[in-house]
Design a protein around this ligand. Structure first.
Ligand SMILES: [Zn+2]
Ligand SMILES: [Zn+2]
Length: 346
């Protein structure tokens, strides 16, 4: 057994090296990773050296969307066995703070989240990880789909935060990976009328393929005016902003129905944005936000296993581990084409 890892050694530069084999500690399992996705945050770190407040210092291993097979058990492991396929939830929390103890562990100030500096990621062959953060995949889910449980969880948390119900009308701003998984989650929650807005035609095609009722190209049409027309000026029940652009964030109060809910999912590089709060108040609209996800892997896995959610259509690019440099170059240079790229580690 040999362990290799891909480190970013400089901006836009990846290097694969031999590293020490990890050992499963108490209540940990050793997982041989098979697929690790490339997240938007990985690309930001790789290309800009930072993402939000977090900065890369020194050689850094990216990657946090992963799945593989259990190959060894540490002491005291109770539920998993060698040979189990698992998806790893990448945030290890303290378990003791107010947020952990009230089940909102995604807000734990001491979370150790893979590939969020200084915590190293998982573009590597083997990782030792807490058993209780490794979720068993049923036979009919591949580890490639398993690696998509992480981004899907963001969409499912967004649908939860928006309390999407059977029959809801929804607008999703942005049709990148997170926009599309939000679409899948809203459909699974029973939304029946889903409008997806983006400026890239290819992404809009994906949205239609994945079940959007209709799409609007925000470059060719005025999205606010279109939603107005579609709803006779009433707006929709739930608006999801996943693009993280000041323009789309500003559109949300105009699209939501009286008493409806806006969910902010996309992270804008610009921190302060002019916003029409008078409209929010006149409509008694709610604004919710999303930080990662919580308590959702079991549901996400069950939804995929049952065929309620099909994530396989999200992957547009697949690369071998040895071609990880090419994979990242591709994600940077073909932003319009790449919805989700995955690295085949094994
Ligand atoms: Zn991610
Ligand atoms: Zn905590």
């Amino acid at each position: 057994m040999k362990n290799r890892a891909a480190y970013m050694t400089d901006l836009d530069k990846m290097e694969i090296r031999d590293i020490e084999m990890p050992k499963a500690g108490a209540k940990e399992v050793l997982v041989e990773l098979e697929y690790v996705g490339i997240c938007g945050s990985d690309v930001h770190y790789f290309h800009d050296g930072r993402c939000g407040d977090y900065k890369v210092e020194g050689d850094f291993m990216l990657g946090h969307e992963c799945a593989g097979t259990v190959v060894a058990l540490g002491e005291g492991v109770e539920h998993l066995k060698v040979g189990d396929k698992v998806a790893l939830e990448p945030g290890i929390t303290c378990g003791q703070c107010e947020f952990c103890r009230t089940g909102r562990y995604n807000l734990c100030p001491d979370v150790q989240f893979l590939a969020t500096p200084p915590v190293q990621g998982c573009y590597e062959n083997y990782i030792a990880f807490p058993e209780n953060m490794c979720f068993k995949l049923p036979d009919n889910i591949s580890t490639k789909e398993g690696a998509l449980v992480e981004p899907l969880s963001v969409g499912m948390h967004a649908a939860n935060q928006g309390d999407v119900k059977l029959g809801d009308s929804v607008v999703i701003l942005g049709a990148g990976c997170i926009g599309l998984v939000t679409l899948l989650a809203c459909k699974a929650h029973g939304a029946t009328d889903i409008t997806v807005v983006d400026v890239i035609p290819k992404r809009l095609d994906y949205a239609l393929k994945l079940g959007a009722t209709r799409v609007i190209n925000g470059r060719e049409a005025d999205a606010v005016g279109e939603v107005d027309k579609l709803t006779d000026g009433a707006g929709v029940d739930k608006v999801f902003e996943t693009a993280g652009s000041p323009i789309t964030i500003q559109q949300t109060p105009y699209m939501v129905k009286n008493g409806g809910t806006i969910v902010l999912v996309g992270i804008s590089a610009q921190e302060k944005i002019e916003y029409n709060f008078a409209k929010i108040m006149a409509k008694e609209a709610r604004i919710e936000s999303v930080f990662r996800y919580r308590n959702i892997y079991p549901q996400a896995i069950a939804a995929i296993a049952d065929g309620i959610i099909d994530v396989s259509g999200i992957v547009t690019h697949e690369f071998d581990f040895d071609d990880i440099q090419e994979a990242f170059d591709c994600a940077i240079n073909n932003k319009d084409e790449v919805v989700k790229a995955v690295i085949k580690i094994k």
